[in-house]
Design a binder for this molecule. Structure first.
Ligand code: NAD
Ligand code: ISE
Length: 339
């Protein structure tokens, strides 16, 4: 049984606690911490987990075998570094850290430790539809992939969300997904700015992010975060001899009163519920016997941060920005961009 401590008991922290306590096997949530002590106490009382006053205290708790970080992005670095220093496996929700320099500090600390401890919460790699799409692309069924069209649509976002968030908080999922899907790095980023939606107030929404893969394929990502009708994630690969696309997610369609309808998920929790389950079960299984995590690595978190920075720069400057990564430590060389 893997004993896990969760830092950050907000929206996704509680969702992961729910799956680790009620859905998955081989895991127990034994400790929680949140800067909001009332929230932490409430979650602790509901789950029977020990409530720690600080994340560092939770990491040091001998009852905690592995750490899950679900706090706000700017706090991730400190908890991931403390987990590495304690020699404990750590699952960190995206982003790994909010700057590429902070991600590199994590990469350096893990490389100095000598084996992998960190996994980053890029859950799309665990989604059945994305996995099926990758199998088709890898099998060569549609010939060489030339382009991929993606859409990442949220029904609405909070006032704190900026156009920069559209890249670093939202499109970061596509950025990781295409590195994994194509099995290669992203070489450059551009952002095109279309007419502004009136749903987002002052926010420039939508955006069109264009990514150039190292092998020459092009990826376009429509990021629309106030589209109202639901949470809609799309992806289609255009190959030399055919195309392959994610299907509509709903298992049911309804014909009624002259209309054919399928429901659209309300949010990311609903759309990716099974992907998160698979992501966590595979993480638990990989580390339960003391093995390293095999999912998205600290290097993947760093690479995504570098592309995000290029995307933000492209957004502000209107220019095409090259992506340039630091030298990869040997620890990550055997780990594939794909898994
Ligand atoms: P949230 O605001 O609902 O919850 C975050 C919690 O962290 C809050 O309860 C807050 O009090 C707590 N917190 C903040 N600083 C802390 C600190 N220093 N120590 C301990 N607790 C602290 O936010 P959320 O939507 O749950 O997002 C949390 C993280 O998960 C973010 O990094 C976000 O990007 C990521 N996320 C990932 C996905 C995904 O699809 N993989 C979806 C949503 C959110
Ligand atoms: C959120 O943080 C997520 O990670 C969701 O998956 C994404 O769809 C949403 O846009 C982000 O705000």
């Amino acid at each position: 049984m893997l004993n896990v401590g969760v830092i950050g008991t907000g929206m996704i922290g509680q969702d992961h606690i729910r799956r680790m306590t009620g859905v998955l096997s081989g895991v127990r949530v034994v400790a929680v911490a949140d800067v909001n002590p009332i929230l932490a106490a409430e979650v602790g009382a509901r789950t029977g987990a020990t409530v720690h006053a600080a994340g560092e205290e939770l990491i040091a708790d001998p009852a905690v075998d592995a750490v899950v970080v679900c706090s706000w992005g700017p706090t991730h670095e400190q908890y991931v570094l403390a987990s590495i220093a304690a020699g404990k496996p750590v699952f960190c929700e995206k982003p790994l850290a909010t700057t590429q320099e902070a991600c590199l500090r994590i990469v350096a600390a893990e490389a100095a430790h000598g084996s992998r401890l960190v996994q980053v919460g890029f859950m799309r790699r665990y989604d059945a539809a994305y996995r099926a799409l990758k199998r088709v692309a890898d099998a060569g069924d549609i010939g060489m992939p030339l382009m991929m069209h993606c859409a990442h649509r949220n029904p609405l976002v909070p006032d704190s969300y900026s156009s920069q968030s559209a890249i670093v908080d939202t499109a970061v999922h596509e950025i990781d997904m295409v590195r994994w899907m194509f099995g290669e790095e992203i070489a450059a980023a551009r952002v095109l700015i279309p007419r502004k939606s009136r749903n987002g107030g002052p926010l420039q929404d939508p955006l069109l992010l264009i990514l150039e893969m190292a092998g020459g394929a092009l990826v376009d990502v429509e990021i629309s975060v106030n589209i109202r009708y639901g949470y809609d994630i799309r992806g289609e690969i255009v190959g030399e001899n055919g195309t392959a696309a994610l299907r509509e997610q709903s298992p049911v369609s309804v014909r009624r009163e002259g209309r054919l309808t399928t429901p659209v998920p309300a949010d990311w929790r609903e759309r990716f519920i099974l992907a998160y389950d698979t992501e966590f079960q595979e993480w638990i299984n990989s580390i339960a016997d003391g093995g390293p995590p095999v999912g998205p690595s600290a290097w993947d978190g760093y690479a995504a941060a570098v592309v995000c920075d290029a995307g933000v720069e492209a957004l502000h400057s209107g220019r095409r920005m090259d992506v340039s990564l630091a030298e990869q430590p040997a620890l990550y060389r055997s780990a594939e961009v794909t898994r």
